[in-house]
Design a protein around this ligand. Sequence first.
Ligand code: SAM
Length: 280
Amino acid sequence: MELWYTEKHTLHSGITIKVKETLKTTTTPYQQLSIIDTQEFGKLMLLDGLVMLSEKDEFCYHEMLAHPPLYTHPLPEKVLIIGGGDGGTLREVVKHPCVKEVVLIEIDEEVINASKQFFPNIASGFSSPKAKVIVGDGIQYVKETKETYDIILIDSTDPVGPAEGLFSMDFYTSCYNLLNQEGILTVQSETPFIKSYAKIIGEVNKLFRNIFPIVNLYLTNIPTYPSGLWTFTMGSKVNHPIKNFQNNRFQADNMHLNYYNKSIHSAAFCLPNFIADLVK
Ligand code: SAM
């Protein structure tokens, strides 16, 4: 008997992946959390039945959420991650020698524990002395904290449930107010190929333009995400991702990464017409 995991991306399309073994499935106070093992993509983490990450392609997302803002800011020392309870973005951020402190706010502690148990390579960032993990609501945190940051990364689920408020003017304005003078906010902003998500790209871009002087959309490929093409929206107070690319620090860090490099950094910001039209 064959077992297949199917995620419907729209009423009429989706992804289906053959399952080797179901390793965990539980209902947390926030969502349904499952870990499945598959032939093609290794282990997957699902939240409310949607792919959060797979061992095979997680690097495409985590490297591209972290490194473009980190190599646009002249000297990012303090970073805030909201969401990202699997630890993948945190793992990438702590690789930067100039980063002194990373605060990660994840609302669901069971996501952190499941990642440590089933994805030790992805969760490796949790053991960094630079990392400070807070279990809580990122929306509350940005309203109440007195801390300031050079970079804020929003590694959230889609705008439903606890993540809904992470796609709002209020929230982005609170983030802006926490950023230092050369601060950068970067958020995962869904895919252009699915109508409801394409709308979010335009809305997020519009909100960012009301708050930041420099706003750019950039792309990555993630085979297990809806359509496989994903966007990030970067809002910057001073530095432009192409004009102010931190080449000296990039060369000096000499990181061996699997997706990100200097050419990808600039190519990611080149948009096909149908995507550029979404943010015109
Ligand atoms: N890469 C994934 C994506 O693009 O959908 C996101 C992965 S990460 C697992 C998303 C995390 O955001 C989840 O663990 C979820 O619990 C967390 N989250 C959702 N809303 C949140 C909130 N208001 N505050 C903090 N974390 C939140």
